[in-house]
Design a protein around this ligand. Sequence first.
Ligand code: TRH
Length: 391
Amino acid sequence: MLATDRPAVPDCEIFCRVVDNLGDIGVCWRLARDLATRGLGVRLWVDGWATLVGLCPPAADGACVAGVELRRWTEPFPDAVPARLVIEAFACDVPPRHLEAMAAREPKPAWLNLEYLSAEDWVAGCHGMASPHPRLPLTKRFFFPGFVPGTGGLVQESGLVDARRAFQADPAARAALFAALGVAPAPDALVVSLFAYGHGQLAGLLDAWAAGPRPVCLLVPEGRMADALATACGRSALAPGEGLQRGALDIRVLPFTDQDGYDRLLWACDLNFVRGEDSFVRAQWAARALVWQIYRQQEDAHHVKLDAFMARYTAGLDADVAAALRRFWRAWNEVAETEGGAPETPAACWPAFAAALPRLAAHAREWSAELEALPDLAQALAKFLEPAVKC
Ligand code: TRH
């Protein structure tokens, strides 16, 4: 359906600049679809069009996909009537001429900056903070997703948890997914999905899995990690559908899928290696044990964010289980235990982590249940628009 068939003024619009990787658009596309399923008119502006269409069905500028009007964010910025709610994702700066249009609009649109997710303690205190525009009669508010009440919560589409529960309660659904992916894990295999930025000590971990007592079925979406795996296994490349067996380790490269397909992969695996932000959150909703590779920031600013989440996630866990998780996650993020020390290798930390997996699997279910109590992000957004928008 083309934009021309839709109301001229959407309820909300999201601005997204693709910095690198997939996460910025991954978060925005998921949020836009969620808001649209709640009956809102949604417009999504994206500058990195190629990255967008990598995640959603191919679409032309102005097309409506999954209830979302997709628009190219071009320079000069096109004429467009501002929505009632304008969401600027990850401080991408709304185009100046659109700000002028927002200032000229009555009533003034609500204007939010959707921040990156963090588990740090200061987040709740900053959520909702106002920032008046220096010149225009507009006020921007900072919207912080988070893991605790008092933050904006997490994207939790309606029906998500029920769908996951139904899938995980149905062995036939899991078997059907694996069959569709051309995967046949051994009955007692540990099924692992691997979505990461890379690791200098990957080969050592593969060796540990290949020599291990339990079969490991390693599922790797095509992309950076599949290439790293091929190199680590002495192959020039590994294409989707291809794989190789090394001792107890069975490696399969999977085609990149859409976000819903990726959710099902996470639901079907016993352990999920995820990265960045969106896959990290989805792995928590999958209620399966996970390993997070955080997006690296300058001056190792990501270390504090990693530690903040690990502290929240391991709270209440037995000390040895918590220690096994911290050691392995730090090794996977190449973070040394002590300032100036050398990071441990994932292979060295794997035995303790593997031994802790049964407890971590139970914890993942408990953690996901806790997250359900959080306000879902779309609902929290609605609070900013009560007068104008019903969620
Ligand atoms: O791609 P990322 O590393 O994104 C990162 C982070 O968002 C980070 O916070 C940001 O600063 C940086 O980009 C610029 O990881 P992330 O956030 O997990 O996004 C990946 C998206 O890809 C997510 O929406 C899930 C999606 N995906 C699929 O749709 N299909 C797939 O097969 C796979 C593997 C992923």
